[in-house]
Design a protein around this ligand. Structure first.
Ligand code: CP
Ligand code: NVA
Length: 308
C-alpha cells in the first residue's frame, strides 16, 4: 500500500518525482479556469474520502478541487459527524471506508490515529496534518521555493518561532531534499530531537540558534507559523506569546535576512503576532503561492499513492 504518511517515511526519489509531476501539472493548467478538468483525467472513476477532525480551509478546498480537476469524486467528512467521533474504532472505520473509497486523506490529532488508519486500511492513506507533522504543506513549500529560486538543495531555510508540526516536516524535508535548516525560538519550544536527528543523519546541516537576527544571516527562506497550534491548549497562550514575541518575523528581521530571502507561512496567520502584515504582504512574501501550490503538490501526491 502506497501511503503518504510523512516526508521522512517517503523515498527521496519519490518525493522529487512528485514535485516534478506537480510542476508539470501546474504548467499544463496555465490559464484554465479553476473548475476546468485537466487534459489528463487520472482519477476518473476514483472516489476520495477527506476526513477532518480539526478545522481547515486550504487542505479541505485544495484536496477537493484537486480530485475534481483530475476527474475523481470526493466526500468531505467531519470526524464528529462520523461514528468515529462516537466510539467506533479507527481500525473498523478504516476497513469500512476501504470498501467504499479508493483513497483516504485524514486530518487528525494524535499521530497514532493516522498510523492505525493506515495499518488497517486496504487503500492508500494521506496525512493531512497531525499534532506531529504536516507533510503536504511542505511538499507545496518545496514546489514554491523551487519555482522562485531553483533547486532547494544546499539552500538555507530558517524557521523562527514554535518548533511545531510544520517545523517537523521542514526538518524531514531538509534530510530528504538536502538543504540546511536553522531553528530559532525558545528552548522550551524546540523541535523534537528525533526529527533533528533524522535530518542530521541524512547529512543536512541543522543549527539551533537562540538569536533570531544571527539565525537569519544568509537565509534563502524565512518561515514561521502560528504561535498556538490547533492542538495546543488556550491556557498556554499568554506564556507562549511572551516567549515567542522576540521571534516575530517583521521588517527588521527580513532586513537582517537580506533582500533575496523569501518569506513563507503555511497560513492561517495571526497578523501582527508571528508575522507582521508588512512582511506578509511585502515583496519577499510568497504565502499565496504556497497556498495555491497545496493544490498542485497534493494532486501529485494522490497520483503517486494511486499509481495513476
Ligand atoms: N495550511 C493549512 O493546512 O491550512 P488549513 O488549516 O486551512 O487547511
Ligand atoms: N501548526 C498549525 C498549522 C495549521 C495549518 C496547527 O497545527 O494548527
Amino acid at each position: 500500500m502506497t501511503h503518504f504518511l510523512d516526508i521522512h517515511k517517503t523515498a527521496p526519489g519519490d518525493l522529487r518525482a512528485m514535485i516534478d509531476t506537480a510542476q508539470s501539472m501546474k504548467n499544463a493548467r496555465d490559464g484554465k479556469p479553476r473548475g476546468a478538468p485537466d487534459s489528463e483525467q487520472p482519477l476518473a472513476g476514483h472516489m476520495v474520502a477527506l476526513i477532518f477532525e480539526k478545522p481547515s480551509t486550504r487542505t479541505r478546498v485544495s484536496f477537493d478541487v484537486g480530485v475534481r480537476q483530475m476527474g475523481g469524486q470526493t466526500m468531505v467528512l467531519s470526524g464528529n459527524d462520523m461514528q468515529l467521533g462516537h466510539g467506533e474504532t479507527i481500525q473498523d472505520t478504516a476497513r469500512v471506508l476501504s470498501r467504499y473509497v479508493d483513497l483516504i486523506m485524514i486530518r487528525t490529532f494524535e499521530e497514532v490515529t493516522l498510523l492505525e488508519l493506515a495499518e488497517a486500511a486496504t487503500v492508500p492513506v494521506i496525512n493531512g496534518l497531525t499534532n506531529r507533522s504536516h507533510p503536504c504543506q511542505i511538499m507545496a513549500d518545496i514546489l514554491t521555493f523551487e519555482e522562485h529560486r531553483g533547486p532547494i538543495a544546499g539552500k538555507k531555510v530558517v524557521w523562527s518561532g514554535d518548533g511545531n508540526n510544520v517545523c517537523a516536516s521542514f526538518l524531514h524535508a531538509a534530510g530528504q531534499f538536502g538543504f540546511d535548516f536553522t531553528f530559532t525560538g525558545p528552548q522550551t519550544l524546540d523541535p523534537e530531537p528525533d526529527f533533528v536527528g533524522f535530518a542530521r543523519e541524512k547529512g543536512a546541516k541543522i543549527a539551533i540558534e537562540r538569536d533570531p537576527f544571527k539565525a537569519v544571516e544568509g537565509a534563502d527562506l524565512v518561515v514561521t507559523d502560528t504561535w498556538l497550534s490547533m492542538h495546543d491548549s488556550m491556557s498556554a497562550q499568554e506564556r507562549r506569546h511572551n516567549q515567542l514575541r522576540p521571534y516575530q518575523v517583521n521588517e527588521a528581521l527580513m532586513e537582517a535576512a537580506g533582500p533575496d530571502a523569501l518569506f513563507m507561512h503555511c497560513l492561517p496567520a495571526h497578523r501582527e503576532e508571528e508575522a507582521t502584515s508588512a512582511v506578509m504582504d511585502g515583496p519577499q512574501s510568497v504565502i499565496f503561492d504556497e497556498a495555491e501550490n497545496r493544490l498542485h503538490a497534493q494532486k501529485a501526491v494522490m497520483r503517486w499513492c494511486l499509481g495513476v
